[in-house]
Write a protein that binds this ligand. Sequence first.
Ligand code: NAI
Ligand code: MG
Length: 352
Amino acid sequence: MRSHQIAAIPGDGIGPEVLDAGLAVIEALEKDEGFALNTIRFPWGSEFYLQHGRMVKEGGIESLRGFEAIYFGAVGSKEVPDHISVWDLILPIRQKFDQYVNLRPMRLLPGLTSPLAGRGPKDIDMVCVRENTEGEYSGVGGFVHRGRPGELANEVATFTRAGIERLVQFGFELARTRPRKLVASATKSNALRHSMVLWDEVVEEVAGRFTDITLRRYHVDALAARMVTQPDTVDVIVASNLFGDILTDLGAAISGSLGVAPSGNLDPTRKNPSMFEPIHGSAPDIAGRGIANPIGAVWAGALMLEHLGEKQAAARVVRAIEKVTAEGKVRTPDLGGSATTDDMTNALLEAL
Ligand code: NAI
Ligand code: MG
């Protein structure tokens, strides 16, 4: 039997609710598909912070190195400032383990209704390849005159040729596996005259190696509008850390709900563990009520299985999700129904 070492970090708010659902679904396939997930849970997050003054135990992130993959819920609570929770837990994992690709499918599942009138699953099928270790989220910057009337803050976006190149290369390779053979580069080189000029140059260079793929360059604001007005003309998007973050919440929204969107934080070289999580946050407005949509976390679990080489199991999870959404009997409140997280999880288990 193949065995996989998984670190599970449920985190805060709806994180544990949806991660439990995700684990239940992927573990249900263990016997059938001949693998075993050896999952260790880490109680890190805002509650841990309130007890210990830090989000993660000392040396904790480094201790994840021995795992094959990390399965993550969400962090964020009103007791801990967001820049602390995000910068103590998620961003260091992404940076330390060089998870330079944040892969985010944005696809309207069968049976779900997009807020875009008249659009169906054929129109909305995009994937964002978001840079995940540098750019606007490099963490470079500081305060001057802190707490005084003249205080100043700067946040320095850092772009490296190597960082852009490896990301864009991944995007073009992915486009080769998809029918539309299109790459949209999210730029803003009219206003950002250094970082995005370098971005454009490197994108052009990489595009030159992929003569079978069409590159289209859009300013990020125009691309956001295009995702709404002509989503059928967008396939693979390559984007910086901030641009990709924003475009993928939009992509999730036009796919029916933030609750259905998955992501993989990948180190494609496989030197370090990759991390899989729904794209949403801890959703404090609905946490504890058992009504969070677990599809994003379950789908992220499927991305994790695929990464672990369990391709058949991964495909079965995605088919189960599609079956349940297509049937339309079980809908959580974000999809306009009244089903609970457990109802949805049970429907997925049954569909398997
Ligand atoms: P959010 O994604 O948590 O919630 C935005 C809206 O979407 C809320 O109305 C929420 O109820 C809804 N929603 C999200 N996931 C859902 C699901 N699975 N089912 C049904 N509805 C769902 O974003 P928000 O409100 O901006 O942030 C809340 C906290 O989460 C903050 O502390 C923030 O820093 C943190 N956060 C953490 C992330 C992570 O752990 N990767 C990502 C984004 C935000
Ligand atoms: Mg986000």
